[in-house]
Design a binder for this molecule. Structure first.
Ligand code: NAI
Length: 435
């Protein structure tokens, strides 16, 4: 097994600062794949000397893609083997992981694909990894964990990429993983000076709007700075170490309270806990805010907003944000749901429409049209910035439709694609408002 030659600066610091005796505790590999990351490079760049992935065509990217192509059919086996290596070598670390590992396996592969896909796209990859590094703080990830994960990863690749694995690919993976680790470690260290690793947040109200949708209001234990349109990661006391993403349903409020719309989905551990068990007084944990679906106040363009189901939550936050800035830009909201009964927040949206003359809200139920198709019946949209929030299928179709009617990619924002690789510079990995 090759040693990852980690000259990772933070890892050295951490070992000196008293990591475990062998200094090789594991990185919770879940985290590599965990957080959706969004935001343009400009938004995400810390400005500090994070190592950069070289731009331009890269032989390493080709080698890495070759490995990924070979292991793709055996993805489940690779990831199982990877975790087995980790836990056999570090059984004490099993408790850092959620009880069920299914989602983690999935996320690991997605993150690998993401890194491989963007290896030649330094700004996107760097922003993605910086975000991941910051997001890992809430798991207690230490720099000293990274080499151990890297070794398990190389071990799993060596075992399964038998046809193409050679010294060259191994060197490419080691280099890439070392760079990845360093960017994450540096971003986490930088962020330590600026923000807590997580926030406690007490449930202060719980409003069951339908049998499976709740509006949950939280009071964080310390100020929680975020922008309208962003989301958080959340852990409940009922399922420790299981984190899910939820968008904020309001712009930042003077009283500091945070609101989420949660739909209980079948087999959704966190969503069912939040909808059916959470009550005022319960305390949750929140990770840092994230997401690029925020209002660009440097333009007067109108906002074209598509909110599907609970995806209306961040759209409502965007409307409040525009109102607070005193902008009088047209905001056109298309609020999609399966049926009229599922338009659980229509009263709020209609009240907002009555209050603000620049706002128009159009409910769209499936018997009328699919949400993206409804948008085509209006317009023109060439002076608009588009915002999409909802199920991944709706976002995919919505982006396609908007592109086809002439809205350029850089004026389309969303956060819920599960696959960063499938998106542009503002893509994301991991669904928001998930199970
Ligand atoms: N920031 C974000 O993007 C957020 C995303 N969400 C996501 O939104 C979803 C909400 O779920 P539900 O309320 O059950 O929504 P849903 O499944 O009831 O669908 C809502 C709307 O999207 C449309 N839609 C669904 N699939 C479509 C497709 N393939 N093509 C075109 N239109 C489609 C439906 O016709 C309906 O109008 C969840 O997946 C949640 O994770 C929730 C909050 C924030």
């Amino acid at each position: 097994m090759p040693r990852i030659p980690l000259s990772v600066r933070g890892a050295e610091r951490s070992c000196q600062a008293g990591a475990t005796a062998d200094g090789r505790r594991l990185l919770d590999a879940r985290h590599m794949m965990d957080a959706p990351t969004t935001g343009t490079a400009a938004e995400e760049s810390d400005g500090e000397a994070a190592p950069r992935i070289p731009s331009g065509p890269s032989p390493d990217a080709l080698l890495i893609r070759r490995t990924l192509a070979e292991i793709a059919p055996a993805a489940d086996k690779v990831t199982s083997y990877f975790y087995a290596l980790l836990f056999v070598r570090h059984p004490e670390l099993r408790s850092m992981f959620p009880p069920a590992m299914d989602t983690q396996r999935d996320r690991l592969l997605k993150a690998l694909l993401t890194a491989a896909e963007h290896l030649d796209d330094a700004p996107v990859l760097t922003a993605y990894l910086q975000h991941l590094g910051r997001g890992h703080r809430k798991y207690g990830t230490q720099p000293a964990h990274y080499p151990a994960v890297g070794e398990a990863l190389i071990g799993a690749l060596t075992r399964y990429a038998t046809l193409t694995w050679d010294k060259e690919s191994e060197a490419a993976w080691v280099r890439t993983y070392t760079t990845i680790s360093q960017i994450m470690i540096d971003a986490a260290a930088e962020n330590e000076r600026l923000a807590p690793a997580w926030w406690h947040a007490e449930v202060v109200s719980h409003d069951l709007r339908t049998p499976d949708i709740a509006v949950v209001t939280l009071r964080p234990d310390q100020p929680y700075p975020f922008l309208a349109g962003q989301y958080t990661t959340l852990e409940t006391p009922w399922w420790p170490r299981v984190w899910r993403h939820y968008s904020f349903a309001s712009a930042p409020r003077p009283d500091g309270l945070l609101t989420l719309h949660v739909k209980a989905v079948p087999a959704g551990w966190v969503s069912n806990a939040l909808v059916h068990h959470a009550r005022p007084g319960d305390v949750l944990r929140l990770g840092p805010p994230a997401g690029s679906m925020t209002v660009d106040h440097s333009t007067d363009n109108g906002l074209l907003c598509l909110g599907g189901g609970t995806g209306i939550a961040p759209i409502k936050a965007l409307v409040e944000d525009v109102a607070e800035h005193g902008d009088r830009r047209p905001v056109e909201v298309f609020y999609g749901a399966r049926s009229g009964h599922d338009l659980y927040d229509i009263d709020t949206m209609m009240r907002l429409q009555q209050t603000f003359p620049w706002l128009s809200v159009r409910p769209v139920t499936e018997d009328q049209a699919q949400l993206p198709d409804a948008v085509r019946q209006y317009g023109p949209w060439n002076e608009y910035e588009a915002y999409l929030s909802g199920p991944p299928g709706m976002i995919r179709r919505g982006v396609d439709t908007l592109r086809r009617i002439g809205i350029p990619a850089e004026r389309i924002r969303h956060d819920s694609f599960e696959d960063l690789a499938a998106t542009s510079a503002v893509g994301a990995a991991g669904a928001v408002g998930g199970p």
